[in-house]
Design a protein around this ligand. Structure first.
Ligand code: DGJ
Length: 754
């Protein structure tokens, strides 16, 4: 059970559930020391022996005549710079006299059942009594009359600690927060590999690994969004840790704006990991009585390898981050018209597509970009959220009704944060565009970003969207965001508050999301940013799924989806089958292969079904029927990565097992064929070793223990036609020859192994 034990004598706090422990203490100078994070420890009266102090030359000590107490060596919880710690701190406060030195000391704490909401920010929540328990520690710097409140929540059923910090200025002087990270932990050693999710447009969340080295290694974004370059996620794993075994720590920031995640390895090889809003360009002014709340960071630990770490995130995010009626709800199979028509459509084209989609089993038709204002290309109309009557004579209202009458749900694309110069909104409110006075404005995709740090802008966009949503039958919104912020400047912020701009911008985005999700709770939101350039835990709080990438090529998607599952649940990963040759790469892969990849996500299609052959239509019908049958298992079962495409020339495998281990689906992908290949087997995991499973391949039965120890042997490799043509062998090895092939097997439990 989740528990927080406070030991008055040693001033130690032990947060624990049945599987993990997190231990910290008040040090003799009143600051907080970090003692332990990892596998559960049996509680003891004292863990003080975890504190290591040593005399060393060439450093500084806190007390005169005491050559032991130096923050240079003591592992800390939320460190500051300049009082014997010379590493990068978690926070920095500029005072009126220019000093940056702080002296926060423990004042008091409270422990309470549940978790309080973070003001204006997305965060995990608790539900009902005993679900989670929170420790709030109040520290005070008496010289500047500032409070710092560190908050930690531990869950009963999820192996995660959620952390955040609040600063309150109680004094008369104006204080400037120059750095206010969400978390910091000093690990005892640095014998770790760091895993990060990097990329660019069309290749988001690729896995990168590096061994920790002395100094600072970091990932970050200062684009105004969490970005496709780096994701606000980091993992630390031991060198021997695999997908299925060994210690793995994961860190996710529940935030969608500029961020920094870094590990600093110091002279004693202590690894300090910290994460939060990027300090670059950030200054938050706190006048008397004002407070600042950091975003939340989620830290997970698993002894069961990277899969265990990821499952901790998946379970927590599915159950305690996603809210409302889409929490744990199966996601509709959708068809999006973007790659089918781009901007070139009218009501008739759309209805033709929708009709055919319905026939194939699709449940939701999504109308993408181009339905509003006078938008016929990417040059105009962003900001004019009313129907393009030239294309849709009866508006979205009429179209959505017709689509619903066919028996489909209707979804609509918006890009609420953007504006084109060619738009009515721009004519009315040129002043709402983000720009720096006296400087020229850069554009991206001919568009400009609206100043969401100005509440009037958010109010107006809400009103415009509300009208569309009230008058039409809309069940789904794809919320896109196609450029980053340049010439950052908040027109309603004073000069001294310009350092608040980026954070205030994202607070504006969250505000709009909050208002829309509250007013239209039935709508399923999908976040999107030129594909997956803002795919983060902050977004998941409002939009339970995200468009993972504009790259819909099956082979490329393996990498994107494999990487994305490091932190984010399958239910959240928008994944569509598109037409071939693929529009991003011109690559052709089979419909079967594309389906097998896209199944592992919020599944759908991104093509014109009327352009498919009869045979392809039949196959799609079967795909959709299969997916509907197993959708709950795929989206909410335990997902295991088995074969890493980044380490195996693109070849990949993963599986999903339902919570009671009765059914599993294994999917195995080969990217490039090899001649005369070696024998192949795949070690499965997550099954019940005492159960027998029948495999959909040929109805054969295997023991769970056998599949997890000997492995699953397959006919996956394929000899090509050479031997048969040459008359050497009589039988063909099947249709799965060549590049881009896949096998998908369903394993159903058929009794106990005797
Ligand atoms: C970028 C998105 O990622 C695409 O899916 C599509 O919605 C386009 N924008 C539309 O402009």
């Amino acid at each position: 059970m989740a528990n927080i034990i406070y030991n008055e004598a040693t001033k130690e706090f032990h947060l624990q559930n049945n599987r993990i422990s997190y231990i910290l203490c008040v040090l003799e100078n009143g600051q907080l020391g970090h003692l332990y994070f990892g596998k559960r420890l049996t509680h003891r009266d004292s863990f003080q022996h975890f504190i290591q102090m040593r005399t060393q030359s060439h450093t500084a000590y806190v007390y005169e005549q005491n050559f032991l107490f130096s923050l240079d060596t003591i592992r800390q919880e939320y460190p500051s710079y300049g009082t014997t710690d010379f590493r990068e701190p978690a926070y920095e406060i500029i005072q009126e006299n220019g000093s940056r030195i702080c002296g926060f000391v423990y004042e008091s704490h409270r422990i309470f059942d549940g978790k309080e909401r973070l003001s204006c920010l997305p965060a995990c929540y608790t539900e009902g009594e005993g679900d989670g328990i929170t420790l709030e520690i109040l520290l005070e710097d008496p010289l500047i009359s500032m409070d710092m409140i560190l908050s930690y929540t531990i869950y009963e059923d999820y192996d995660a600690i959620c952390r955040s910090v609040r600063f309150v200025n109680k004094g008369e002087q104006t204080l400037r927060l120059n750095r206010a990270l969400s978390m910091s932990v000093d690990f005892y050693d640095s014998d770790f590999e760091m895993i990060q999710l990097d990329g660019a447009w069309s290749r988001e969340r690729h896995i990168d690994r590096r061994k920790l080295a002395k100094g600072i290694q970091s990932v970050s974004s200062i684009r105004g969004a969490s970005s496709s370059d780096h994701n606000p996620f980091l993992a630390l794993k031991r060198p021997h840790t695999t997908e299925c075994r060994g210690d793995a720590y994961g860190f996710c920031l529940v935030y969608s704006g500029n961020f920094l995640a870094q590990v600093e390895v110091d002279r004693y090889e202590v690894a300090r990991i910290s994460m939060g809003i990027h300090p670059f360009g950030f200054t938050w002014v706190l006048k008397q009585g004002e407070e600042f709340q950091t975003p939340e960071a989620v830290m997970v630990y698993s002894p069961d390898g990277l899969n265990g770490m990821s499952q901790n995130f998946h379970n927590l995010f599915n159950n305690r981050l996603v809210r409302g009626r889409w929490r744990n709800a199966e996601r509709p199979v959708l068809l999006n018209n973007w790659e089918a028509t781009y901007f070139d459509f009218n009501e008739e084209t759309l209805l033709d597509i929708a009709r055919k989609a319905r026939e194939l089993g699709v449940e939701l038709f999504v109308l993408d970009d181009g339905w509003f204002g006078k938008r016929d290309d990417a040059g105009s109309s962003l900001g004019d959220w009313y129907s393009h009557i030239g294309k849709l004579p009866e508006g979205v209202e009429g179209l959505s009704k017709k689509v619903e009458d066919m028996g489909l749900k209707f979804g609509l694309w918006f890009e609420p944060e953007m504006i084109n110069k060619v738009s009515c909104l721009y004519e009315e409110h040129e002043d709402w565009v983000i720009k720096t006075p006296g400087r020229s404005m850069s554009h991206g995709r001919n568009q400009y970003v609206l100043d969401y740090s100005n509440k009037a802008v958010v109010d107006r966009i809400f009103e415009d969207m509300e009208k569309v949503l009230t008058h039409s039958r809309i069940s789904y919104i794809k919320w896109d965001m196609n450029r980053n912020i340049t010439e950052a400047y908040g027109s309603v912020l004073s000069g001294e508050r310009q350092g608040e701009f980026f954070h205030r911008y994202i607070l504006g985005v969250y505000d709009l999301y909050e208002r829309l999700t509250a007013s239209f709770p039935h709508i399923l939101f999908e976040s999107c940013a030129s594909g997956g350039a803002r795919f983060d835990a902050g977004m998941l709080y409002y939009a339970p799924q995200g468009w993972a990438s504009d790259d819909t090529d099956g082979a490329e998607r393996l990498k994107i989806q494999y990487g994305t599952t490091m932190a984010y649940p399958v239910s959240s990963i928008g994944a569509h089958v598109s037409a071939v040759p693929n529009h991003q790469l011109r690559r052709t892969t089979s419909l079967k292969f594309r389906g097998h990849v896209a199944y592992f996500g919020a599944f759908g299609y991104e093509l014109d079904p009327n352009k498919l052959t009869d045979e392809e239509q039949k196959e799609i019908k079967e795909q959709i029927a299969f997916f509907k049958k197993y959708r709950k298992l795929i989206q909410f079962g335990d997902f295991y990565r088995l074969k890493d495409p980044f380490l195996n020339g693109g070849d990949c495998a993963w599986m999903v097992v339902d919570k009671d281990k009765k059914t599993a689906i294994v999917s195995w992908y080969k990217v490039l064929a090899t001649p005369n290949p070696k024998l192949k087997k795949l070690l499965l995991t997550g099954l019940d070793p005492h159960m027998a499973y029948r495999c959909s391949r040929a109805g054969e039965v295997y023991g769970g223990d056998e599949l997890m120890n000997m492995g699953f042997l397959t006919d996956m490799e394929f000899t090509g036609t050479y031997a048969r043509t040459a008359g050497v062998i009589k039988t063909d090895s099947g249709t799965d020859q060549g590049d881009f092939t896949s096998h998908l097997y369903v394993l159903e439990c058929c009794g106990n192994l005797s």
